[in-house]
Ligand binder design. Structure first.
Ligand SMILES: NC(=O)c1ccc[n+]([C@@H]2O[C@H](COP(=O)([O-])OP(=O)(O)OC[C@H]3O[C@@H](n4cnc5c(N)ncnc54)[C@H](OP(=O)(O)O)[C@@H]3O)[C@@H](O)[C@H]2O)c1
Length: 303
C-alpha cells in the first residue's frame, strides 16, 4: 500500500534532458544521412537516363539538361539541410535560446543594480542637501523674499521693472528700510544708486567686481548669508530671478505683490512647490488714478 516512490532528482532531470537532446541529434543526422544517400542514388539514375540513354534529351533549360537542373536544385536543398543540422541547429536550439535569455536577464539585473545604487546615492545627496538647507536656515532666521510678480510670474525686462505701482514701492521701502538686502549683481546694477538706509550684499561670480563703499560683494549665496550682521532680525532677498531661484529653499517668508495683469518680460519668478507654504495675509487693491493695475499684497509663511 505504501510502496516506495521513485524520487526524480535534479540530476535525473538533467540526464533525461541530455538523453533527449542526444536522441534528437541522432534522428536529425540519420535523416540527413538518408537524404544524402537518396540524393546520390536518384541523381545517378537521372543522369544515366538523361545523358547516357538520351531519355528526353531534347528538353533543356538555360542550356542545361533537365537531369542536371534537377540535380543542382536538389543539391541546393541538401546543402540547406546540412547547414540546418550542423550550423543553425547548433545555434538556434533550446540551449542557445536559454543561454541568450540568461545573458539578457543578467545584463538587466546588472542595470537594475546600477540604477538602484544611483538612486540610493541621489537619495543620500538630496537628504544631505535638505539637512544642509535646514541647518543653514537656522543660522539665518526670518530670511524673507520680497518680490512683485505679474500673472505669469513676470518680474522684469531689460534689467528693469515692468510696471510702476506707487504703493508697492512704498511697501518695499517700509519693509526693507533698516534691514540687510541681498541681491544679484544685475538687480544691483538696475538701481540708479544704492538704496538709502539698507545694507547691500551683492552676489557676483566676478572676483574683481567694483562697487561703491559700504556695498558688500560676495561670490556665492552662502557667502552672502555669512555677511548678514548678527543683530539683523529680518534679512531680505530682493532679487532678481536667478537669486530668487537659489534662495527659495532658505526663505521662511515671502512678501509677494501680485499684479493682476500680463506683461512682456524676460525675467520670471521661479515656479516653486507651494505645499510647504501657507498664506497668512492677502490684501486686494483696486486700480486708481495712481495705479494702472489691480494688485494684491500677499504674505506666505513656511508651515
Ligand atoms: N519684480 C521684482 O520684484 C524684481 C525684483 C528684483 C529684480 N527684478 C528684475 O529682475 C531682473 C534681474 O534678474 P536676473 O535674474 O536677470 O539677475 P539677478 O538675479 O539680479 O543677478 C544675476 C547675477 O547674479 C550673479 N549670480 C547669480 N547666481 C550666483 C551664484 N550662485 N554665485 C555667484 N554669483 C551669482 C551673477 O552675476 P555675475 O554675472 O556678475 O557673475 C548673475 O549674472 C531685472 O529685470 C530686475 O528689474 C524684479
Amino acid at each position: 500500500m505504501f510502496g516506495k516512490r521513485k524520487q526524480t532528482t535534479q540530476i535525473d532531470q538533467e540526464q533525461l534532458q541530455l538523453i533527449r537532446k542526444a536522441q534528437k541529434r541522432i534522428r536529425q543526422k540519420k535523416r540527413l544521412y538518408a537524404h544524402g544517400i537518396s540524393f546520390v542514388i536518384v541523381s545517378c539514375f537521372l543522369l544515366v537516363f538523361n545523358l547516357l540513354l538520351k531519355f528526353g534529351n531534347s528538353f533543356q533549360l538555360v542550356g542545361l539538361d533537365w537531369s542536371v537542373i534537377i540535380v543542382l536544385l536538389w543539391l541546393i536543398l541538401l546543402t540547406y539541410h546540412f547547414a540546418s543540422v550542423f550550423i543553425l541547429n547548433k545555434f538556434l536550439d533550446k540551449d542557445w535560446e536559454s543561454k541568450q535569455l540568461e545573458t539578457l536577464v543578467s545584463a538587466q539585473k546588472k542595470r537594475i543594480e546600477h540604477l538602484k545604487s544611483t538612486l540610493e546615492k541621489e537619495d543620500i545627496h538630496i537628504a544631505k542637501s535638505e539637512i544642509y538647507n535646514k541647518q543653514l536656515m537656522k543660522t539665518i532666521p526670518n530670511l524673507t523674499i520680497i518680490v512683485a510678480t505679474a500673472q505669469a510670474n513676470e518680474i522684469g525686462k531689460n534689467n528693469d521693472l515692468i510696471w510702476h505701482l506707487r504703493n508697492d514701492l512704498k511697501r518695499f521701502k517700509a519693509l526693507t528700510s533698516g534691514h540687510c538686502i541681498i541681491m544679484g549683481r544685475k538687480t544691483f546694477e538696475s538701481f540708479p544708486k544704492p538704496l538709502p538706509n539698507r545694507l547691500h550684499i551683492v552676489i557676483t561670480r566676478q572676483t574683481d567686481y567694483k562697487a561703491p563703499e559700504g556695498i558688500i560683494i560676495v561670490n556665492t549665496l552662502e557667502e552672502a548669508f555669512t555677511k548678514i550682521p548678527k543683530e539683523e532680525n529680518q534679512p531680505f532677498i530682493i532679487g532678481g530671478g536667478e537669486i530668487y531661484k537659489q534662495a527659495i529653499p532658505f526663505a521662511e517668508k515671502i512678501e509677494l505683490t501680485k499684479v493682476h495683469a500680463n506683461f512682456e518680460a524676460d525675467t520670471f519668478f521661479p515656479k516653486f512647490d507651494m505645499s510647504p507654504w501657507k498664506e497668512t495675509h492677502n490684501e486686494f487693491h483696486k486700480k486708481d488714478d495712481q495705479h494702472d493695475y489691480e494688485f494684491s499684497f500677499i504674505t506666505l509663511e513656511r508651515k
